[in-house]
Each structure stands twice: as C-alpha cells, then as structure tokens.
Design a protein around this ligand. Structure first.
Ligand code: HEM
Length: 410
C-alpha cells in the first residue's frame, strides 16, 4: 500500500536512499502514521522479500519481533550476510550454517557453546592487551599528523580484538585482516571488490579456521578455539561450525565496531561541548550513546512463520519483516530528545545491539570495551583532533558505514 507520508516508491533497502544520511525523517513519519508498513518494493538486500517487506519502526515493535523467534524466524528464507547481489540460492543456503541465521533449538545449542568464549571474565582478560594496542594505534596516527581516521584508527582495534579473542597466532593475523576486509563486497563500486574476490576470501577464511579447529581438536591448548572445539561429547562445535563462526565474527565484530568508532568520533567533533565533557569526565555511559547515535546495523530481518498481527498490521505467513534499529533508536516514546547526542544519557535502552531476543549481540561487552578504550586513548593523545573534510559514506542500506574521514590528529 502506498504510504501517504513518503514519496511514491520510497524503499528502505535502496542503498541510494542512504547516500548522504540514514533516512531518519522518513522513519519518524512512519512511526507517526504507519509504524508497521508494507513496502511493496522488490528487495534490495538479498533475503528481503521479492514482492515487498514490512518496515517495523517503533522501539516496542522491534523488540517484540526480536524476542519471538517462533513467530519471526531468523532461519526461514533468510540471508543477511551478503557478498554480492547475484548470490545463488546455494550460496544463500550455506549461510544458514551461521548462527545469526538459525532458530532455536539449533541456535540455542550453538549459542551455549560459543558463549563460553564471551564470558565477562574472558572479555576482562583482554582489557590490558587491548588498552596497550589502542594506545599504540593512536600513537601511530599522531605521528602521521593528518590522515584517514577510518583506516588509521577505527579499522585497527576491532580486528586486533577478534584475533586476540580467538587466539589467532600473530603470524597469521595479516591474512585474517586481509580476508576480512575483502569479504564484504558492498554495492560500492569504488571499493572495487569483485564478487569473486569477496567469495574467495570468505572461503579461505573458513578453511583457515577449520584447519585451526582440527589442530586444536587433535592437540588442545589453553585458548578459546580449544574451549569451543575440543570438549568431549556433543558440547562442542564441529570444525565446519567453527569455520562459519569465525566468518561471522569477522563480519559481525569488525565492520560494526569500526563504524561505531568512526561515527562516535564524528559526533564528538561536531558536538565540541560533548568532546570537552568526555575529555574531562570520561563518563561510563558514553559508549552506549555512541552506539545508539551511530546504530551501525540499520536493520535485520525475519520471516513470519504464521499469520500474526504487529502494531495493528496484519502480517501473513511467509512475509519478510525488516526490523529497523535505526528507527527504534530514535523513537521519542522511549528516548527523551533522541536527536540530541548526550554522552551522559542514562538509562539508554537502545537496540543497537539487537532487540533483546536469542540473537542479541554476543560481542556487546567486547564492543563496549573497545569503544571505551579507543576514546580514552584518543582523549589522552589527540585532544585537539579535528575534521578536515566531509566523511565519505559507504554505499549500503543495512550498514551505516563511513569509508573515509579525513582528520588532523594534533
Ligand atoms: C549479533 C550489532 C559488535 C558478534 C548482533 C546483532 C546486532 C549486532 C544488531 C543482531 C541482534 C539480533 O538479531 O537480535 C553489533 C554492533 C556492534 C557489534 C552495533 C558494535 C558496535 C560485535 C562484536 C562481536 C559481535 C565485537 C564479536 C567479536 C556478534 C555475533 C552475533 C551478533 C556472534 C550473532 C549472535 C546470535 O546469532 O546469537 N550484533 N555488534 N558483535 N554480534 Fe554483534
């Protein structure tokens, strides 16, 4: 049904819509007039519906979809990690081996195993090493005087953190970084990553991780790989499952945190009073507000397993349902003046890490730690950092990404 509040043909999965900004005014109009709206457009993201998809915009409805996996399946017809729009059905089906695309009980089994690697203790154990790495990354940037914040600073810590967490041997890290960076082929012609390069990188990463798993199975060590793959009985991951888990981490933990850091820096530089306050007080609430403000993952999607109603709309079995975190995080029914970047916002029940269901971000505490550590390092070593150009956005409709942001470091 056309929406009177939006221009004819408006499509929330069209990367062009996101060329200069996330469409927050359009989300606001939907929240007021048609909070669960059927967008009758062919998909622009693999896995969204061929004939259309529901756009869920209100905080409470995004939470409802996220927490009812029996009604809103992550598995059925779903593909979210997309290497290229011409992916074949087989390539999409392979992605069902990734936990993000599983439903209970398969999902519950895998999640219980991988959670062992993400306990608060496991994350805390990384803190000193990551603080030192954050300091070195920032110091390297300072010495260069000016540069691109994305490649100099924001890209580095998330990749190093994942390698540290999994226990990837130092000698192999450069390869992991290279595969991860090539893997996600955006709609962005400038990145010049062909489908073949992206898919080959993904396959190489999976096979590297499978070999690592097989080694640790044969000869367990004191690391997380061993913890996940080398336990007796069926309380462990198969080598192939481990391969896909590492692939997911490389996407889910890398691009997201990178963009949170870049948007966070941009928000500080365009709200100097918040930067001054951060430098003085370093509030513990800052990282969560950065994630709300950035909302690096604009949306995910589910498929209805039965006819149901949501926010007054009647959804039919088999229809695709897009949950738009970017809209939920700006819902004035939940956030006081959501358009204000306020690093002391508390409480801050944002849905940047998901709507609280079984797929809620596994790496949230690691991400928050990384964001805290990098901004502390920047505040210490680069207090006068300044923008020298307009950031260049990534051409993508599900990732709120920045591919370049020129700055003067000191
Ligand atoms: C899932 C966001 C960092 C690992 C998710 C989901 C979102 C998200 C929206 C889906 C939630 C759902 O469907 O209900 C983010 C953001 C991050 C971030 C915004 C950074 C600011 C990380 C990091 C890691 C990670 C650092 C790990 C190193 C995962 C995994 C899942 C996930 C494994 C799938 C969980 C499952 O299916 O059970 N994340 N994430 N994420 N994230 Fe994150």
């Amino acid at each position: 049904m056309p929406c009177p509040a939006l221009p004819e043909g408006f499509d929330f999965t069209d990367p062009d819509v996101y060329q200069s900004r996330v469409p927050l005014p359009e989300f606001a109009r939907l929240r007021r007039t048609a909070p669960v709206w059927w967008c009758a457009q062919p998909h622009n993201i693999a896995g969204f519906g061929d004939d259309g998809y529901w756009v869920v915009t209100r905080h409470e409805d995004v939470k409802e979809v996220s927490t009812k996996p029996d009604i809103f399946s992550a598995h059925r017809n779903t593909s979210i990690i997309r290497f290229h729009e011409s992916m074949t059905r087989d390539q999409i089906d392979v992605q069902k081996l990734i936990m993000l695309n599983m439903d209970p009980p398969e999902h519950t089994r895998v999640r219980q195993i991988v959670q062992r690697g993400f306990t608060p203790r496991a994350v805390r154990a990384l803190e000193d090493a990551l603080r030192e790495r954050a300091g070195k990354i920032v110091e390297g940037a300072r010495r260069s005087g000016t540069g691109d914040f994305v490649t100099d600073i924001a890209c580095e810590l998330p990749l190093q953190a994942i390698a540290e967490l999994i226990g990837i041997p130092q000698a192999d890290r450069a390869r992991i970084f290279d595969w991860s960076n090539k893997m996600i082929a955006y709609d962005d012609p400038e990145l010049a990553i062909t489908e073949e390069v992206g898919t080959t990188a993904a396959m190489e990463l999976i096979s590297y991780a499978m070999n690592l798993a097989a080694d640790r199975k044969a000869c367990p060590a004191q690391d997380i790989v061993s913890k996940l793959v080398a336990a007796e009985d069926d309380g462990n991951l198969g080598s192939d499952e481990f391969g896909f888990f590492v692939l997911l981490l490389a996407v889910a933990g890398n691009e997201t945190t990178r963009n949170a850091i870049t948007h966070g820096m941009h928000a500080f530089l365009t709200h100097p009073e918040q930067w001054e306050r951060y430098k003085r007080e370093r509030p513990a609430t800052a990282a969560e507000e950065i994630v709300r403000w950035a909302t690096p993952v604009v949306s995910f999607q589910r498929t209805a397993t039965q006819d149901t109603t949501l926010g007054g709309a009647r959804i039919r079995e088999g229809q695709r349902v897009g949950i738009f975190y970017a809209s939920a995080n700006n819902d004035p029914d939940v956030f006081d003046r959501p358009e204000v970047f306020d690093i002391t916002r508390d409480p801050n029940p944002h849905l940047g890490f998901g709507g609280g269901g079984p797929h809620f971000c596994l790496g949230k505490s690691l991400a928050v730690l990384e964001i805290d550590l990098i901004f502390q390092a920047i505040a210490d070593a680069l207090p006068d950092i300044a923008l020298t150009g307009t950031p260049r956005r990534l051409r993508s409709s599900w990732l709120n990404g920045v591919k370049e942001m020129r700055v003067r470091y000191a």
